[in-house]
Design a protein around this ligand. Structure first.
Ligand code: GLC
Length: 632
């Protein structure tokens, strides 16, 4: 057993219990959750610390090899409290017990491609395989880290925050020149995902485990906006560790979540819970610690999130209906409705949850609901969000005002909506998922995260997956340019910018969310490329980013059409830029680990048709008609 001596603060944790009935399936006081966690909490978490410090040992967790863990310091004086300051996690490496699914990895190489005929497809596939093998075998074993990687690791470790002596997350940014950090000094759920993966791939799972358990505790914290509480199960967008003086010698640490009640624009973070579920699965797959997901409190956490997402509303579609700014794009950008990013994450989270839920009497109905939703959602997105040359041409010639269940133009899209830029832009062999679909409205913008994540989760068909990467490759200058990757293409300009963003000075054309380039998207792109056997594409993007990010001090985003300038209001030393880069490097070096993070086509799901109309002999089942399309 490895243990190191580090300074200790005594934890006098207080517990105030909040009880609240859980919608739908069970009554669950927060107390149940606290029995599993070392540092219990009240509405959120608190722990009091005594000074001066004494040495203590940390026992290794019971998975993987033993480790040295962390050099955590609690403040020795009130003025010197380090609770919310960066802390170093000791550098250690472990051999992880992983469940690598070799079949999964092999199947990277057996995907179909574009609109090619079979012969051509198989020739390209062979060529691709050879290239990939050469690229993979040319990876130097145990190569020395580049200067950029060394600095990135140092910065990532400095961004770690501790709570009651344990690492629980990473700050969004640690820019020493930033005089007004707003909420960038908090731990964001979505921002922590690449940090978590970097640590997991390095063999350091404890911080991820702590993060998952502590955020779980925050899940049911009652917060209100104008006397109205968010639905139970909502995960915060971020949390901050506050240090509160108790007396001259004691301070108390409090975990304070933000569900959007303080966030600029009061946006509700719909993606947080989805990311939490995705990260939970990644944690178990990479560490082999499957006991974590079996815990009662963790199972309940999963169910609460699902319950919130799966509850009935007025909606007619299987996609999730959300407000503007409910995901990575957390300001008004005209993505309210059914944005692709949320649908892709929703689909991924449902696939994760299905794998992780303990199958018993209590969860039987939930699993059935998940399966039905997965099936309907994939059909809906594959069928109605997909565009390529052929589809655009169809839309261009659509008849409108069709009143019947058999309408071709179901959403009454007026062909005039097809933007001029798109007709010239869409390449022959490529296609993508549009950003949003509503009655009489298709948002034709290309949103990178949603498209990449639909490849990763296999929300899109294998053929569509390939076509999306074909499009990125052929539109490289527009989507990558000088810095991977554009968050959305193209930018909203002039009147559109004024009306849709509300004249947002941060989201001016080709800046920030409005066509800016976000290096954090690199890891997701890398993952998608590895899945589709297009490693050379990922490597090109990573190489492009490496020197520039290092020289530019790891900005949050870049501006201009080609991503040439550091963003106007971009923070430097942005953690998810740093972590995204490290994760990409490690995924490229360990593609077998990448296979733990993506999904292949689930043919059983394609068979499920919830409407049951085809069975009754009626012809109204859209799915029956489109069978050939969705089964590819
Ligand atoms: C910005 C981004 C958001 C991110 C946050 C912290 O608000 O839009 O996605 O989580 O910064 O980095």
């Amino acid at each position: 057993m490895n243990a190191i001596k580090i300074f200790k603060m005594k934890f006098g944790c207080r517990l105030l219990i909040q009880t609240r009935s859980v919608l739908g399936f069970t009554k669950f006081p927060n107390l149940n959750r606290n029995i599993h966690i070392p540092a219990p909490r009240f509405l959120g978490l608190r722990c009091a610390t005594n000074q001066p410090q004494k040495p203590f040992s940390v026992s290794p967790p019971n998975w993987g090899r033993s480790r040295v863990f962390p050099a955590a310091f609690c403040s020795s004086s009130k003025n010197n409290s380090s609770s919310s300051k960066p802390n170093h996690v000791a550098d250690y490496s472990t051999t992880l017990e992983t469940r690598v699914n070799d079949k999964n990895f092999e199947s990277i190489y057996v995907q179909g491609g574009g609109d090619l005929d079979e012969k051509e497809e198989s020739r390209l596939k062979n060529e691709q395989n050879e290239q990939n093998e050469t690229i993979l075998s040319s990876e130097p074993a145990g190569r020395a880290e580049s200067e950029a990687e060394k600095e990135a690791w140092r910065l990532l470790r400095e961004a770690v925050v501790t709570y009651c002596g344990s690492p629980v997350g990473t700050l969004a940014a640690s820019d020493p020149g930033d005089k007004v950090p707003l909420n960038y000094d908090q731990v964001f759920i979505r921002d922590f995902v690449p940090s978590a993966l970097a640590f997991l791939l390095k063999g350091e799972g404890e911080i991820v485990r702590n993060f998952l358990l502590h955020t779980l505790q925050l899940q049911s914290w009652e917060k209100t906006v104008d006397c109205y509480s968010p639905g139970q199960g909502l995960m915060p967008a971020s949390f901050k560790i506050r240090t509160i003086p108790l007396d001259d010698t004691k301070v108390e640490e409090v975990l304070d979540p933000d569900f959007g009640e303080s966030a600029i624009g009061r946006v509700a973070p719909v993606d947080s819970g989805l990311w939490w579920i995705i990260l939970l699965r990644a944690y178990s797959k990479i560490t082999g610690d499957f006991a974590m997901q079996e815990r009662v409190d963790v199972q309940t956490g999963i169910k609460l999130i699902l319950n919130l997402c799966l509850s009935d509303g007025f909606d007619m579609f299987p996609s999730l209906l959300v407000t503007d700014g409910s995901c990575m794009i957390d300001r008004r950008m005209g993505i309210h409705g059914h944005p692709l990013e949320i649908q892709s994450l929703f689909y991924s989270a449902l696939r994760c949850a299905r794998e992780m839920l303990a199958f018993d009497e209590g969860s039987k109905n939930l699993v059935r609901t998940i399966n039905n939703r997965l099936s309907a959602l994939s059909f809906h997105i594959r069928e109605y969000y997909w565009i390529d040359m052929k589809k655009i041409n169809e839309i261009y010639r659509y008849k409108t005002e069709e009143y019947s269940t058999e309408a071709i133009n179901k959403f009454n899209i007026y062909p005039e909506q097809v933007p001029h830029w798109l007709m010239d832009w869409i390449p022959e062999g490529g296609g993508y998922m549009i950003g949003n679909l509503q009655p009489a409205h298709m948002d034709f913008r290309f949103f990178t995260l949603g498209n990449i994540w639909s490849i990763v989760s296999c929300l899109s068909t294998p053929k569509q997956n390939n076509s999306i990467l074909n499009l990125i490759e052929s539109k490289w200058d527009d989507l990558v340019g000088n810095m991977p990757l554009k968050i959305v293409y193209p930018a909203l300009e002039s009147e559109e910018w004024r009306i849709i963003t509300g004249s947002d000075p941060k989201n001016t054309p080709w800046s920030y969310h409005n066509g800016g380039s976000w290096p954090t998207l690199l890891w997701q792109f890398t993952l998608a490329c590895i899945k589709m056997g297009r490693i050379e594409l990922a490597r090109k993007a990573v190489d492009l980013a490496e020197n520039r990010l290092h020289a530019d001090h790891w900005p949050e985003y870049y501006d201009t059409r080609s991503g040439r300038f550091i963003g106007k209001q971009s923070r430097l030393y942005q953690t998810w830029t740093i972590a995204g880069f490290l994760t990409s490097k490690m995924l490229l070096e360990n593609p077998e680990k990448a296979s733990l993070l993506f999904w292949e086509e689930d043919y059983e799901l394609l068979e499920i048709c919830v409407c049951g109309l085809s069975k009754t002999g009626r012809k109204l089942c859209a799915r029956g008609a489109a069978r050939s399309q969705i089964l590819v």
